[in-house]
Design a protein around this ligand. Structure first.
Ligand code: C2E
Ligand code: MG
Ligand code: MG
Length: 544
């Protein structure tokens, strides 16, 4: 089977030769008729004894004619067969080029032209068009946890089900690994018809697929873009819009359908500006640490600071970590960003009174980096910062997934002398047994419970149980979100905690923090490098 589509020229060549062979056979037949018409009667006359036999030359010419007719005819038959075979091969090659080998659907290259023809037809009939982009949810997981054969079986089954569910005249293309695009026309003003089809597609794909005795389950997310007659929307634009809508369906929890909305496009543009801005910001060192005080509620004494990242974007202004941290995680630069910030923070905090601790937040992705503990140690050594003054805050979401890995990382950080605390406690799903099995040094009650302590009896109950849990496990507790005196008064009644919140101070820049510490006489000279290395180096040897 030819791998590439055959070109047109040889095909015409063959057809030409085809005609020449037919011409030779035809000329031979005419000559045969000419010579035969004088030779054959002479033979008959000689046979009857009524005349002389034919001229020998004419007999030879006749025999030659017969040979030519046979040769010409056979050659014509052979060439016709060859041409038919080549046509079949070309058709096969065209099919291969235009369709997807696994599912037999149209492929990425042919999807847009096919939709463009559908648009022309719909325009002629005054109909609207819906382009539906479908993407299997968590397909990679199926491929990784079963096998590629299982993944192929799932794709084939999905393609069959989609094809079966689509109305006649609709198009189906596989345009990526687990991505399908469909296009169908529907009467103007009745998008419900297209939506019903998309809903049926979602339901059809959600049925489990049997493979080698396994039941593989999957769901599909759908994005739909619409074109009414007269709209200036190309097939490519419709595909792009359906893709954006599909991305939103994924973001909104998968296994659902979303219609394209122009706001989605601006959100996507903002998102891609964020991504490129973050990458640029990393190069230009636009990410800076801010610091918020942590205070002993009973004595009012500052015990340390939490570093909170800020992005000084030249175009967006001061950006909150709640906006840029998730994006940095998704584009895979959170580790680099965090290291940049931690280096700056260690450098800033080295000049503070050594009794003050420095807490830094790390992302679940960093916790999954097997080299994280080593990287942190290197930063501590380079900054001459005592590990005992550093606290790493991990959120509950870090605990999902590989708990063994998290445990070994926490242990190796603690072996280096670093403290590890569980941040935003109460918002996630960590169970008591998980908490007991992980050797945290501190628990931080999430700010949402603390800030609402005087309004919500549920918050009071949650805080009380966290405090008694902390007491039971012998873990100190930090209450975040102490916004005013009323909240502080209530928290103080509940136990002896460390507090953090707007009442004590907002997160401030390094300069503002330094100025405040200077006023309180809490700034120190930089510790001697030799002392720090003496503290760190033996631990490097232990952890190596
Ligand atoms: P978090 O670690 O729980 O930090 C506390 C957040 O509460 C901070 O928000 C802080 O400004 C805010 N806050 C402090 N006091 C009060 C208060 O009295 N009331 C209220 N309502 N809020 C208060 P921020 O700075 O916007 O940080 C948000 C989150 O971003 C942090 O929550 C942390 O999870 C994450 N984050 C910050 N910096 C980093 C970083 O360098 N790396 C990573 N991975 N995450 C970071
Ligand atoms: Mg924190
Ligand atoms: Mg927190």
């Amino acid at each position: 089977m030819p791998g590439k589509p055959a070109k047109g020229a040889p095909h015409l060549d063959r057809a030409g030769k085809d005609l020449v062979a037919l011409g030779i056979a035809f000329a031979a037949v005419i000559m045969f008729v000419g010579t035969g018409s004088s030779v054959l009667p002479a033979i008959v006359r000689a046979f009857n004894g009524t005349g002389l036999g034919p001229d020998k030359l004419l007999i030879n010419a006749l025999l030659l004619n017969i040979a030519l007719v046979i040769f010409g005819w056979r050659r014509y038959r052979e060439l016709t067969g060859e041409v038919a075979e080549r046509r079949r091969a070309e058709e096969q090659a065209r099919l291969l080029a235009e369709t997807d080998a696994l599912t037999g659907c149209l492929n990425r290259r042919t999807a847009a032209p096919a939709i463009a023809s559908l648009i022309e037809r719909a325009e002629a009939h005054g109909e609207a068009i819906a382009v539906i982009m479908l993407d299997l949810d968590k397909f990679k997981q199926v491929n990784d946890s079963n096998s590629h054969a299982a993944g192929d079986a799932l794709l084939t089954a999905a393609a069959e089900r989609i094809a079966r569910t689509l109305p006649p005249g609709a198009l189906l293309a596989r345009i990526g690994g687990d991505e399908f695009a469909c296009a169908l026309s529907f009467p103007i003003g009745q998008p419900g018809e297209a939506e019903a089809v998309a809903d049926a597609l979602i339901a059809a794909v959600a049925q489990p697929v049997g493979f080698n005795g396994l039941e593989i389950e999957t769901t599909i997310s759908a994005g739909v873009a619409r074109r009414d007659p007269g709209d200036q929307l190309s097939a490519e634009t419709l595909l792009h819009r359906a893709d954006i809508a599909m991305y939103h369906a994924k973001k909104d929890g998968r296994n659902r359908l979303r219609w394209f909305d122009p706001a989605m496009e601006s959100e996507l543009r903002f998102r891609s500006e964020l991504e490129s801005g973050i990458r640029r910001g990393l190069l230009n060192r636009e990410f800076v640490p801010f610091y918020q005080k942590q205070v002993d509620i009973e004595t009012g004494e500052i015990s340390g600071y939490e570093m909170l990242a800020r992005w000084k974007s030249p175009t967006l202004g001061m950006v909150s970590p709640e906006i840029f941290v998730p994006v940095a995680e998704e584009i895979g630069v959170i580790g680099e960003l965090s290291e940049q910030l931690i280096r700056q923070a260690l450098n800033d905090a080295r000049g503070w009174n050594p009794r003050l601790t420095l807490a830094v937040n790390i992302s679940p992705m960093q916790l999954r980096d097997p080299w994280f503990a080593q990287k942190l140690l290197k930063m501590l050594v380079e900054a001459n910062f005592p590990p005992s003054r550093l606290e790493i805050e991990v959120t509950e979401s870090c605990l999902h997934g590989n708990i063994g890995l998290v445990r070994s990382l926490i242990t190796s950080l603690q072996n280096q002398g670093v403290t590890v605390s569980l941040d935003d406690f109460g918002t996630g799903y960590s169970s008591l047994s998980q908490l007991r099995s992980l050797p945290f040094d501190r628990i931080k009650i999430d700010r949402s419970f603390v800030a609402s302590i005087n309004e919500s009896p549920e918050s009071v109950t949650i805080i009380q149980s966290i405090i008694s849990l902390g007491q039971g496990l012998g873990l100190p507790i930090v209450a975040e979100g102490i916004e005013n005196e009323e909240v502080l008064a209530r928290v103080r009644e509940m136990g002896s905690l460390t507090g953090q919140g707007y009442l004590y101070g907002f997160p401030e820049s390094a300069e503002a923090t330094e100025a405040e510490l200077a006023q309180m006489n809490l700034l120190l000279d930089i510790p001697l490098p030799q002392q720090i290395e003496a503290e760190v180096v033996p631990q490097v040897a232990r952890s190596a």
